[in-house]
Design a protein around this ligand. Structure first.
Ligand SMILES: *Cc1c(COP(=O)(O)O)cnc(C)c1O
Length: 368
């Protein structure tokens, strides 16, 4: 670990390898592994993560949008890349870059086939997404016949896989609902195979699905958050390691006298003398205003320092009254020993949100 001299996000590839190996250990050897690297690999660095995962043996990648897939192709990723939520306007770009769309309703299925025909493709690889209860994207089971006849009407595309997404795989109080999603998915898959004469790959599990529903791994699983070191439960958090550490430094230390205020709108006023440290990280870096007013905290020399007053665009001030520290000292915002999940909980949100929020202004440092 280097000592930070400015705000930076350290990415530990050894931790990534550990997480991948842990998740793989929960699968059958033949189950394929899709690494979800959307949103800059959950706020880390999509190209670095994808290259490392490609070398480790990930079978597939997924991004949300075409633009993210293009960036991976430009960085030299050669493995298949699934685009989870492509927009029709970028279908041509998708094809030119050899990306594979998830098609989720009659409109995009039709529009994609038209573009594939115009570009004179046969058997262009696509994935068909079914809605089994999340009610976000996907064909309904009752639309299956229409999907099948559309698919039979063309040779321009070929269905490589059918997928669905679980709504509450991390929540064991929703087990019955989840098992029902899995059953619906199976029934769709059986009817698909019967009608089309072949079985595409099947996949429904995200990270918590992998961990909680081994019977639903099917041919492939799709993991994001687990790779980045969060298991979505106390038990599983112990088995994975956060790959990212967000560090910053103390720019200036102030003594705030009794009755004085700190920051914009004088949102914090002190009733006794305190010491604060000003840090070069703010809401433009991903620490939202909801972390202000004492909710969020950072760790300095092993001790928690709460955020004082409002979060500024480029800075926060933290209370260091009881912490022995100096200007230039390193500050940890989150990392393996200062859980992003705990910090997120202070603002009533989840690890996914805080890690993906770290803006592109923050320098990424890859530890190999
Ligand atoms: C984001 C996403 C995933 C990854 O989920 P995690 O909980 O991060 O493992 C898997 N599948 C789909 C369709 C997604 O959108």
């Amino acid at each position: 670990m280097s000592k930070a001299q400015e705000t930076c996000l350290e990415i530990d590839l050894k931790a990534l390898k550990h997480n991948f190996e842990y998740l793989k250990s929960r699968l059958k050897p033949e189950t394929k592994f899709l690494a979800v690297v959307k949103a800059f690999a959950y706020g880390s660095d999509a190209s670095e993560i994808a290259h490392y995962m490609q070398d480790l043996g990930a079978d597939y990648f997924a991004v949300a949008y075409v633009k993210e897939g293009v960036a991976l192709r430009e960085s030299g990723i050669t493995k298949p890349i699934m685009v989870l939520h492509p927009q029709a306007v970028s279908f041509e770009t998708l094809i030119v870059n050899n990306l594979e769309p998830c098609l989720y309703n009659a409109k995009v299925l039709h529009e994609f086939i038209e573009v594939a025909i115009a570009k004179k493709h046969t058997a262009y690889p696509v994935h068909i997404k079914f809605n089994t209860g999340l009610n976000r994207l996907g064909f309904y089971e009752k639309e299956l016949d229409a999907v099948l006849s559309k698919l039979k009407s063309t040779t321009a595309i070929k269905v490589i896989s059918i997928l669905s997404h679980l709504a509450a795989s991390e929540d064991l109080t929703e087990k019955e609902f989840t098992l029902n999603q899995i059953a619906t998915f199976k029934s769709i898959a059986v009817n698909f195979a019967k009608n089309m004469g072949y079985t595409p790959m099947l996949h429904i599990c995200n990270t918590s699905g992998i961990l909680n529903y081994p019977e639903a791994h099917f041919d492939m699983v799709r993991s994001g958050i687990g790779l980045y070191g969060f298991g979505n439960s106390e038990k599983e958090n112990k088995n994975v390691k956060p790959i990212a550490t967000l560090k910053t430094v103390i720019s200036q230390i102030h003594t705030i006298n009794k009755g004085d205020s700190v920051g914009y709108n004088r949102a914090f006023k002190t009733e006794k003398e305190i010491k604060t440290a000003t840090l070069p990280i703010g809401h433009a870096d991903g620490i939202g205003r909801q972390y202000g007013q004492g909710k969020g905290f950072v760790v300095i020399n092993g001790k928690q320092a709460p955020i004082v007053g409002n979060v500024c665009m480029d800075m926060i001030m933290v209370n260091i009254t009881d912490i022995d520290c100096n200007e230039g000292d390193e500050v940890i915002v989150f990392g393996p020993h200062a859980s992003a999940e705990n910090l997120a909980a202070q603002a009533h949100t989840i690890s996914y949100e805080i890690i993906t929020a770290i803006s592109q202004r923050v320098k990424r440092l890859i530890l190999k």
